[in-house]
Write a protein that binds this ligand. Structure first.
Ligand SMILES: NC(=O)c1ccc[n+]([C@@H]2O[C@H](COP(=O)([O-])OP(=O)(O)OC[C@H]3O[C@@H](n4cnc5c(N)ncnc54)[C@H](OP(=O)(O)O)[C@@H]3O)[C@@H](O)[C@H]2O)c1
Length: 245
């Protein structure tokens, strides 16, 4: 069982979600609205989502574009919760050069760009009374899935980076979310059983409020947690003291 953090109240908080216009990001956005946040900066790359609320501020944010990141950061003002949700799944390519380029793109989108966004927003997060960073990872961070090895590699890197963030920023609650296959555009055409994005979002947000550090929000993810959850949490704990004293 992963250690728990202090309980978290989303009431009156300022939240930024990347990729909030559709899929799990949109579901998270709508779920968080039920918790009375002050404002949700709902990130979109090209087109805002098709839902409105006075507390939603649509915010153009392409995390791959440094200028877009700087402009979004300067429009935000204050921030308590950053949810790194933007993602892409490019299936494994037969051509080696194409596969290398795809891996680079996914490592950028799932690792380098979220870390750059965190660095940019760090002063605002550190000014919060209870800052939180949430990284949308995947249960596929723990073992590669045939046909999407590059995706799994990039999510494994984000999982390791999330553990690293906890070490580097002990005053920030850093949470990893590990969904299983979920019904969104990302899994269109999949024949695997798919979790419902709205139900998963409800589980994710209640887990954040309970102070969980690792959230496995659906049935497939819970099966992975039962295999590796306790071991991963124990190792992380043990490694924190490995080189101390
Ligand atoms: N669905 C699953 O089965 C599943 C399982 C485990 C983990 N996850 C993870 O959960 C997260 C959300 O997935 P999803 O299923 O909701 O995917 P989705 O429906 O395909 O939506 C992806 C979102 O990411 C945004 N995005 C892509 N590139 C971006 C960029 N450069 N800058 C900003 N936003 C960008 C997209 O914006 P545009 O609309 O502009 O393209 C879109 O809003 C991802 O990190 C994914 O890896 C998903």
């Amino acid at each position: 069982m992963a250690p728990t953090l202090p309980r978290f109240d989303l009431k009156d908080r300022s939240v930024l979600i990347t990729g909030a216009n559709r899929g799990l990001g949109a579901a998270l956005c709508k779920t968080i609205l039920q918790y009375s946040p002050k404002i949700i900066h709902a990130g979109y790359r090209t087109t805002p989502g098709d839902f409105e609320d006075p507390r939603i501020q649509w915010c153009q944010l392409n995390i791959a574009d440094g200028e877009s990141v700087a402009a979004a950061a300067s429009s935000i003002g204050e921030l308590d919760v950053l949810i790194n949700n933007a993602g892409i799944l490019i299936p494994t390519a037969a051509d080696a050069a194409e596969e290398t380029a795809n891996l680079e793109a996914m490592m950028d989108l799932h690792l380098h760009h979220p870390l750059r966004l965190i660095d940019t927003l760090l002063p605002m997060l550190q000014a919060s009374s209870q800052p939180m960073i949430v990284n949308m990872i995947s249960m596929a961070a723990f073992a590669s899935v045939p046909g999407c090895e590059g995706y799994c590699t990039s999510k494994a890197a984000l999982h390791a980076a999330t553990q690293g963030l906890r070490l580097k920023h002990p005053t920030i609650q850093c949470v990893g979310v590990y969904p299983g296959p979920t019904a969104t555009d990302m899994t269109a055409g999949s024949t695997a059983p798919l979790a419902d994005a709205v139900e998963s979002a409800a589980t994710i947000v209640s887990g954040l409020c309970e102070g969980k550090t690792a959230i496995f929000p659906d049935e497939a993810a819970l099966a992975v947690e039962s295999l590796v959850g306790a071991g991963v949490a124990t190792l992380e704990q043990q490694f924190t003291t490995l080189l101390s004293d």
